[in-house]
Ligand binder design. Structure first.
Ligand code: SF4
Ligand code: SF4
Length: 342
């Protein structure tokens, strides 16, 4: 992999040039009050690459919160028209754990019946990753992500160096073509300097057991009191799943407008922590209890997805722990409770 360098100021000028070109929507991290969000840029001066975590992960650009899949005229079977709206985007400054999550999303939406609505958006996106420069108290990515995982989706990786430059790893040919004309120079950093800069921010939290052991570990603790104890405190608000970069469940709705002349089928974010998520025909709810929903979410991350994809189903971003009013959603806290109450 080639590594080049560019002064930070020049990189910002380059982003302004790309915004002016209008060949893709340029999306990056911007401030929102005291927090950070991914948003479209009209000027690189809004871009903030020195952030702790964004409120929502970038999955919203590939699986929007609400997305139209079909348009139709009621009672006219031949009127059904598939909708797949997408446009080229460039995402700048995606932390490495969010890239790791996009890799899991790609697997979920491309295996079996391919999801063309997701894949068109993904295939028209260029991803510029970033190593964090700011501490986030709930992050534990270093204990759950394998090093190669972010590089499976990144086109370029940005690394803040101490001398006012970005080192830029060129991961794909698409990434190489993108930065042509940016004025990058060949890197003269040693590999140790690059590695040190990548690992500048240490996680405060770690999963208390090795990540590869979690499927067996959780299966053995299927009936542990932790699920009742934590479930008892859960409000079923769904915040932990909506902010999660690896949660991709959705629900479908057919909506007809008031004139009864047109309708749309939409898919909308849904989540296993919501009370009605598992209601099926006849009104039966096969996960009606909070403890069962709480256990299911942790089992998805620590058993089902690792067995299916050989990567942990949680990337350790810590958003769920931050979003949970009841302070119970973070996987580290769950595993620690089990360890302390064997
Ligand atoms: S489970 Fe929590 S820590 Fe893990 S990826 Fe989802 S939001 Fe992040
Ligand atoms: S955020 Fe907390 S309270 Fe809300 S559903 Fe998740 S675990 Fe329950």
């Amino acid at each position: 992999m080639d590594i080049v360098k560019i002064p930070e100021n020049d990189f910002y000028k380059f982003v302004d040039k790309k915004i002016a070109e209008k060949s893709s929507r340029i999306i990056s991290v911007v401030r929102k009050g005291t927090k950070f969000v991914f948003d479209e840029l009209d000027s690189a001066s809004r871009m903030c690459l020195d952030y702790d975590v964004t409120i929502l992960p970038p999955k919203k650009y590939f699986q929007p919160q609400k997305e139209t899949l079909l348009r139709f005229v009621p009672k006219q079977a031949d009127s059904y028209e598939a909708v797949n709206e997408f446009e080229p985007i460039t995402l700048i400054g995606v932390h490495y754990y969010d890239l790791a999550a996009i890799y899991l999303m790609d697997r979920a939406f491309s295996e079996g019946k391919k999801d063309e609505n997701y894949l068109k958006k993904r295939n028209n996106a260029l991803l510029i990753g970033l190593y964090p420069t700011h501490f986030f108290k709930y992050r534990f990515s270093s204990s759950v992500i394998k090093g190669e995982q972010p590089y499976k989706v990144a086109d370029l990786m940005l690394i803040h160096m101490d001398d006012g430059h970005f080192a830029l790893e060129i991961v794909t040919e698409k990434g190489r073509a993108y930065i042509e004309g940016a004025g990058c120079k060949k890197s003269d950093y040693t590999l140790k300097e690059i590695e040190d800069a990548k690992n500048r921010i240490k996680d405060d939290q770690r999963l208390p057991i090795p990540v590869e052991l979690t499927p067996d570990y959780l299966m053995k603790n299927h009936d542990h009191p932790v699920w009742e104890v934590f479930g008892e405190k859960c409000y079923s608000c769904g915040s932990c799943v909506f902010v999660c970069p690896t949660c991709y469940c959705f629900d479908m709705k057919d909506e007809i407008d008031l004139t009864l002349k047109s309708g749309e089928r939409t898919r909308n974010w849904d989540g296993c922590m919501l009370e009605n998520f598992a209601v099926c025909a006849g009104g039966h709810n096969f996960r009606g209890k909070r403890a069962a929903r709480f256990r299911h979410r942790i089992f998805r991350k620590g058993v089902n997805l690792p067995l299916k994809y050989h990567y942990w189903g949680c990337v350790g971003c810590g958003r769920c722990a931050d979003a949970c009013t009841s302070s119970i959603a973070g996987p580290v806290k769950v595993f620690k409770y089990i360890e302390e109450n064997k």
